[in-house]
Design a protein around this ligand. Structure first.
Ligand code: TZP
Ligand code: MG
Length: 207
């Protein structure tokens, strides 16, 4: 399966809603194709311990596993890749020190998207497509901004930010490769059900 296909439903952990291991177990049962461990404030040792468990789980389900921000942790837990934003390690530098990691770049404008592609990112996380409460400093790009990015870049695009079961069709219609979700899945009462339902909607569009 191509990277594009494996990014279809990208679930990101958030311990403000629930712990990483139970989140990922349920999301994988529900059909998530990619998982990102996103932990902003915890000791590195804890991140590595949890990351190793998530690596095992994602391997069992054949899902991709990414680590947010931290190249060192991604390498330590044998993740498939790392997700870096405008304040994180630059894409070219990640490539230099970790040539075997996939690199996802978080971008919030057409300019940032074009630059990340030039710098050699493997895929883009593009947003925020809708207003979100989950990331305080996420810049808003909107559906029109996302459309421009899709018309311009060639690498796979995963849309992020405020996407839920009600509005996801508006995003899929634009031709994205994948949907990245936190609150609509990790914050749902039943994570597996929320994932199954999101996957069903995505599959209607992407076949
Ligand atoms: N990056 C851009 S928006 C966002 C991140 C991490 C938050 C996504 O969370 P939600 O709850 O799906 O809006
Ligand atoms: Mg970051």
């Amino acid at each position: 399966m191509s990277l594009r296909e494996r990014l279809r439903l990208y679930v990101i952990t958030d311990r403000r809603f629930r712990d990483e291991v139970s989140t990922v177990q349920a999301a994988l049962e529900g059909g998530a194709t990619a998982i990102q461990m996103r932990i902003k404030d915890a000791p590195t040792r804890e991140m590595v311990e949890i990351g190793k468990r998530l690596r095992k789980l994602t391997d069992e389900y054949g899902a991709l596993f990414f680590v947010d921000d931290r190249v060192d942790v991604a390498l330590a837990v044998n993740a498939d890749g790392v997700q870096v934003g405008p304040d994180d390690m630059p894409v070219q530098l990640v490539r230099e020190i970790a040539p075997n990691l996939l690199i996802g770049a978080s971008v919030y404008s057409l300019e940032e998207a074009m630059k990340a592609e030039r710098d050699g990112a493997d895929y883009l996380g593009v947003g925020a497509v809708f207003p979100t409460k989950t990331k305080a400093d996420a810049r808003y790009l909107g559906l029109d901004g996302l459309r421009e990015v899709l018309e311009t870049v060639k690498i796979p695009v995963v849309a992020i930010g405020g996407i839920n079961h009600e509005n996801v069709r508006e995003v899929l219609r634009l031709g994205v490769d994948g949907i990245a979700v936190i609150s609509a899945i990790v914050g749902a009462p039943d994570v597996k059900r929320a994932t199954l339902e999101m996957r069903r909607i995505i599959d209607e569009y992407l076949g």
